[in-house]
Design a protein around this ligand. Sequence first.
Ligand SMILES: Cc1cc2nc3c(=O)[nH]c(=O)nc-3n(C[C@H](O)[C@H](O)[C@H](O)COP(=O)(O)O)c2cc1C
Length: 175
Amino acid sequence: MGISGSPSATSKSRILVEHALARLATGGAATQMVDLAGLPADPLLGRGASGPVAAAVAATIGARIIVAGTPVYRATYSGLLKVFFDLLPQDGLTGKIGVPIVTGHGAAHSLAVDHGMRPLFASLGAAVVAGGVYATSSQFQNGKPAPELVRAVDRAVAEALALARAGLSGSGAFP
Ligand SMILES: Cc1cc2nc3c(=O)[nH]c(=O)nc-3n(C[C@H](O)[C@H](O)[C@H](O)COP(=O)(O)O)c2cc1C
């Protein structure tokens, strides 16, 4: 499944998550996108209950492969993505495979993949693909990702599928 952690209506990271989901579908996985920007803010912040937020949490816990896309904000993942991950139960991603996709304006904060997303996934028990994706604004032309970027997403998805098929992440419903 995919999680988009950008509040932007024209999100670059969301475009890459959508591409990853299309590749996962080609690989035989059932896919679903959760767009965090479309969820009500108060329940996301832990104030009150909400059907859509509960459904998003349930979908995440039920997935086998989780592609999480986020812009770099202040050198790491977005607050939107963080508040959603804070709603997941302790060890809620055990046995799952995380695929981090991060977009930033420049290359300076590319370590947001390895110093931000990787421990975020790991804190909930997920295994993370070795090849997380970082993209800069210059790798998009008219909203379209450059070919090398598409290849990087394809590689990350292929790695996640291989790990899932090998059962290296433990049990869980595919994907
Ligand atoms: C509040 C805010 C903070 C940002 N902080 C950074 C940053 O620290 N480093 C960086 O490279 N880009 C930063 N950016 C730029 C975004 O990461 C970049 O435009 C990204 O591609 C947006 O992804 P999106 O289209 O999926 O929202 C920031 C943008 C905003 C709005």
